[in-house]
Structures are given as structure tokens and as C-alpha cells.
Write a protein that binds this ligand. Structure first.
Ligand code: NAG
Length: 347
């Protein structure tokens, strides 16, 4: 008798629980829309264009927004807004995309963010269909075998804020048309085989009030740094490891928002003694150039400076003292006649 009663209560509670669970999951599935069918088809075409891939979770029997790896959706509309493939720094690669970036990516019209990071199985050129992605704000193709030019059509990605195409096998010039991107604040093209000059147009249409980041390190760029850069509010400017010549003094100035500047390993020649720096500066590397003059006293007064390297130039005179930063002797080595701490005393 007693046991029947308790089992009835038990059954009743289980039923109640089931009702709650059903209601709850109905509410949950209402909150997130199912994957848009057009986007699903585009993703399946994307998958099938690879010879081999790690896209095993991409199957029609599951919802692309909730169950497919690397896919991000807008939960209200069920539209695919991000595709992010990245292998972590320290791990051996486990994401494979053997083949080139599929043309079908251009059919994912709501994409805002695309990332391929450390995918060494990815090769071939950047496909022109990418230019159809008018809502794309961030494009990262980093450490892959992607080759060919930096395409002109990237300037048609009119919403782009961040373009990061570092450590690939791109060659040829930097298209001047990238200067037409009115929302672009960060451009990174380091570690490719880019040739030609730095286009004067870059960041000529920078949004008002924004700071610019430009990273062109480790390429084969020649010519002078465009004078137009004197008007660009760079916070981070990396032009190191190229073949740039001439003046760079106009990049420095008390009222400029520079945080990090790296001009190392070029053939720049200008009077460093005339350079001034804002308090925001924390990183200056001008090593391995033909830079002459003295080290400005203002350096010693920069409260945030934590890296300063001028080695292998033609600098002369006393190293400013009394600053917060103490750089090792090698950061001053191989100049014409620098003296004082941490080098030998001045005569
Ligand atoms: C995919 O590419 C990697 C190199 O990136 C290679 O080691 C692997 O053999 C390729 N797999 C197939 C099935 O082609």
C-alpha cells in the first residue's frame, strides 16, 4: 500500500519534470532560429570543395548554427555571420582544410567575420567571390600557404575594419585601392613577399577619431615612406624588415598618438636628434638603418617606454640619462660615436 502510493508520487513527479523539460526546450529552440537553408547549402558546397577537411560535423542531419564546428550564427535570424578556423599556437595542427578557399564562401552573404589561422593545408589564391561579402568587417588569413597577389577586389569589401593577411605566400604589390576602405583601421600584411612601394593612399580615408594600425614587416617593400603618413594618426606602425629608404622623421611628433613604432632593418636615413615623442610611446625600434644625429633627450622622459633599440645606425653623442628605462648596451651598439651609460663614458 505504502509502496504503491510512493510510486504514484514518484511517477507524478517524473511527469511534472518531463513537462517542464518539454516546455523549457521548446522555449530554448524558439530563442535560436534554425540555420538558414541558403547558408546551409553554401556551407556544404564550401565543405565539398576541399580534397580533405576537418569539417566532419557539417552534415545536413544537424543544424548548422547549433551543431557545426567553426560556424557562428545570428541567433535571431539563423544566418551565418562568422566562420573561424584556427589552430592554436602550441598544439600540433588538428584542423585541416586541404585545398583553396572555396568560391562558395561568397554565397554566405551575412558573414561579418572570417578567420583562417595557422591552417598550413590551406593553399591557392584568395578567391574573387570573397568581394561579394559586403558585411564582412574582419578578414584574417594568417599563417597559411595562401599565395598569389593581395587582390585589388579586397577594396570592394566596403565594411572591412580589420584586414590581417600575415605569414602567407602572397607576392606582388600592395593595391593602392585599399586606401578606399573607409572603415579600415587595422591593416596587417607582414611576412609575405610583397614588393613595390607603400601606397600613399593607405588610411587616407580613416574614420574620424580612429587610430590606425599598419603592419607591413618582413616583406620586400622598396622606396620611401609616403609623406601622406605624416597626417595619419598611427598608434602602431610596423615597417621593419623591408628595403625602405629616405626620411621617416615626419612619423614622429609630440602630438602623434604613437604607442609602438618599429622601423628596424631598412635603409632609412634622417636626423633622429629632431624627433619628438608623445608620452603614449612604449616601443621604439629603429635599429639597423642609416639614421644619424643624436638621441633626443625627450627619450629619457617617456614614462611608458619599455623597449628602445637604436643599434647599428650612425648616431653620435651622449645617451640621455635619468630615464625610467635602462636598455642593454647592445641596443646602442654599432653606431658612429654614441657614449655614456650603458656604453663607455663620453670623453
Ligand atoms: C592535408 O594536408 C596536410 C598538410 O598540410 C598533409 O599532411 C595531409 O597529408 C593532407 N591530407 C590529405 C588527406 O590530403
Amino acid at each position: 500500500m505504502e509502496s504503491t502510493r510512493s510510486s504514484t508520487i514518484f511517477t507524478f513527479s517524473i511527469n511534472l519534470l518531463l513537462i517542464f523539460l518539454t516546455l523549457f526546450s521548446a522555449a530554448a529552440s524558439e530563442a535560436a532560429a534554425a540555420c538558414n537553408k541558403k547558408d546551409e547549402s553554401a556551407l556544404l558546397a564550401f565543405k565539398s570543395s576541399f580534397r580533405y577537411s576537418s569539417l566532419t560535423s557539417w552534415s545536413r542531419s544537424t543544424d548548422c548554427c547549433s551543431s557545426w564546428d567553426f560556424v557562428g550564427c545570428d541567433s535571431a535570424s539563423g544566418r551565418v555571420t562568422s566562420l573561424r578556423f584556427y589552430n592554436d599556437y602550441d598544439m600540433s595542427e588538428y584542423i585541416f582544410l586541404n585545398g583553396s578557399i572555396p568560391a562558395a564562401i561568397g554565397d554566405l552573404s551575412e558573414l561579418e567575420r572570417v578567420e583562417f589561422s595557422r591552417i598550413s593545408s590551406l593553399e591557392g589564391p584568395i578567391p574573387p567571390q570573397l568581394s561579394k561579402l559586403k558585411k564582412l568587417q574582419s578578414l584574417q588569413i594568417y599563417q597559411t600557404q595562401v599565395s598569389g597577389p593581395v587582390p585589388n577586389f579586397l577594396s570592394e569589401l566596403t565594411s572591412l575594419k580589420e584586414l590581417q593577411i600575415g605569414y602567407n605566400r602572397l607576392s606582388g604589390p600592395i593595391p593602392a585601392s585599399l586606401g578606399n576602405l573607409v572603415h579600415l583601421t587595422s591593416l596587417t600584411l607582414y611576412g609575405n613577399q610583397l614588393t613595390g612601394t607603400v601606397p600613399a593612399s593607405l588610411f587616407s580615408k580613416l574614420p574620424k577619431g580612429s587610430l590606425a594600425t599598419l603592419v607591413l614587416s618582413k616583406n620586400k617593400l622598396t622606396g620611401t615612406i609616403p609623406k601622406s603618413f605624416a597626417r595619419v594618426p598611427f598608434s602602431n606602425l610596423y615597417l621593419d624588415d623591408n628595403k625602405l629608404t629616405g626620411d621617416a622623421l615626419f612619423l614622429f611628433g609630440k602630438s602623434k598618438p604613437i604607442v609602438q613604432i618599429n622601423l628596424a632593418r631598412n635603409s632609412l636615413a634622417f636626423d633622429f636628434g629632431k624627433a619628438a615623442f608623445p608620452v603614449s610611446t612604449n616601443y621604439i625600434d629603429i635599429s639597423h638603418n642609416e639614421i644619424y644625429g643624436s638621441i633626443p633627450n625627450g627619450i629619457a622622459k617617456l614614462p611608458n617606454l619599455n623597449y628602445f633599440d637604436v643599434n647599428s645606425n650612425k648616431l653620435c653623442g651622449k645617451i640621455p640619462s635619468g630615464g625610467m628605462l635602462v636598455s642593454p648596451a647592445e641596443n646602442y651598439a654599432n653606431n658612429k660615436c654614441l657614449c655614456g651609460e650603458p656604453l663607455q663614458p663620453c670623453k
